[in-house]
Structure formats: structure tokens, C-alpha cells
Design a protein around this ligand. Structure first.
Ligand code: GRF
Length: 194
């Protein structure tokens, strides 16, 4: 069974969706660790309820990204983590983790990349009066939402769409698609602790 670490900064509805399929046995993986850069984020509560260990940190307590990523990398090694799953982690991954986990970090983003990268992709799509948006799952590289795309699913933006309604539609897709793609990745040999 492979080990995954979920990185999140917010409410953690994707974390919850992944946790539930793991608990149902539909995703053959252990969630070995939650990494959270926002003390107080609701995702920490979700991890506590499920007895999943959490590493919660304040980036500002460290001199640099290299310093906190070195600490995270040690924890990941200790727990034999095979795959890093970003689920609303609002921070760029730095060279320390990218080197250790090359090709083994995935992210989910609420738009059809390369359209609307970065923060508030839903707001960006609405402001652009786009007819379509969607969900992208991709491998992570050093850029902002730029790595190789694994899968995308589109969502129609209705005329009277609000931020909330579009977010709801997108999250319904995310919660189904992310676990499916993770299960697919679990069967790949490249996703193996080195
Ligand atoms: C998701 O929409 C994801 O696509 C984006 O951040 C959001 C996280 O939501 N990267 P949640 O914390 O999983 O509810």
C-alpha cells in the first residue's frame, strides 16, 4: 500500500473526499500525513477527527522556504511517503521538495489550465465572462499551476452564475475526480518511495 501526504491550507473538502474513499477502501493508499501552513485551518480539525498526523507550521517562523521544506522532507521520508497531493495548498512548492519528489507531486486547480492560474480562479473565470471553466489535475513543477496536465473536466458557466454556485459545481467534480486519479496513480511504479 502506498503512502500519500496531503498538503492543504483551508477548509479541506478535498482532503475529506480523499479520506472518505480511503476509508471505504476505494483508494488503496494510506494518508500518512497532513501538511498545513495555516494554523487554525479547518482541514486540521478534519485530520484530528480521523487521527491522521498533522504537521502544522507558520512559514514565517522559518528563515526560508528551504528551511521548512527540509523539515517537511524529513517527515515525509520518515513516513515513507510516495506521493504528495496538493489540495488547496496556497503556496508554491520549492526546489527542496521538487528535487526529492520529482514527478510525484500532484495538484488540483479549479479552472481549465492554462486559463486562470493562481488565486481565485473561479472569480477570474467569472470576471472574464467565460462560458466554460472546470477542473485540472496536473503534476507540479516550479511554476504557478504550470506542470504537465493529467486530466481536465469542464463545467458550463450559466448566465446567472455566482461565485458560490460555480464553486459548488466545481467542487462536486473535484471530490469525485481527484480520488479516481489518485487511485490510477497508485498503480504506477514511478510513484514509489525512492
Ligand atoms: C479547491 O477548489 C482546489 O481546486 C483549489 O483549492 C480549493 C481547495 O478547497 N486548489 P478545499 O480546501 O479542498 O475545500
Amino acid at each position: 500500500m502506498k503512502n500519500i501526504a496531503v498538503f492543504a491550507s483551508g477548509s479541506g473538502s478535498n482532503f475529506q473526499a480523499i479520506l472518505e474513499v480511503v476509508q471505504e477502501g476505494k483508494l488503496e493508499a494510506n494518508i500518512s500525513l497532513l501538511v498545513c501552513d495555516k494554523p487554525g485551518a479547518y482541514v486540521i480539525e478534519r485530520a484530528n477527527v480521523a487521527s491522521i498526523p498533522a504537521f502544522v507550521f507558520f512559514p514565517k517562523d522559518y528563515p526560508s522556504k528551504t528551511d521548512y521544506e527540509t523539515e517537511i522532507a524529513l517527515l515525509l521520508k520518515e513516513k515513507n511517503v510516495d506521493l504528495i497531493v496538493l489540495a488547496g495548498y496556497m503556496r508554491l512548492i520549492g526546489s527542496t521538495l521538487l528535487k526529492e519528489y520529482e514527478g510525484r507531486i500532484v495538484n488540483i486547480h479549479p479552472s481549465l489550465l492554462p486559463a486562470f492560474p493562481g488565486k481565485d480562479a473561479i472569480g477570474q473565470a467569472l470576471a472574464a465572462k467565460a462560458n466554460w471553466s472546470g477542473v485540472t489535475i496536473h503534476f507540479v513543477d516550479e511554476g504557478m499551476d504550470t506542470g504537465p496536465i493529467i486530466v481536465q473536466e469542464r463545467v458550463r458557466i450559466a448566465e446567472n452564475e455566482t461565485h458560490e454556485s460555480l464553486q459548488r459545481k466545481i467542487q462536486v467534480i473535484e471530490h469525485k475526480l481527484y480520488p479516481e486519479i489518485l487511485q490510477m496513480l497508485m498503480t504506477r511504479e514511478e510513484v514509489e518511495t525512492r
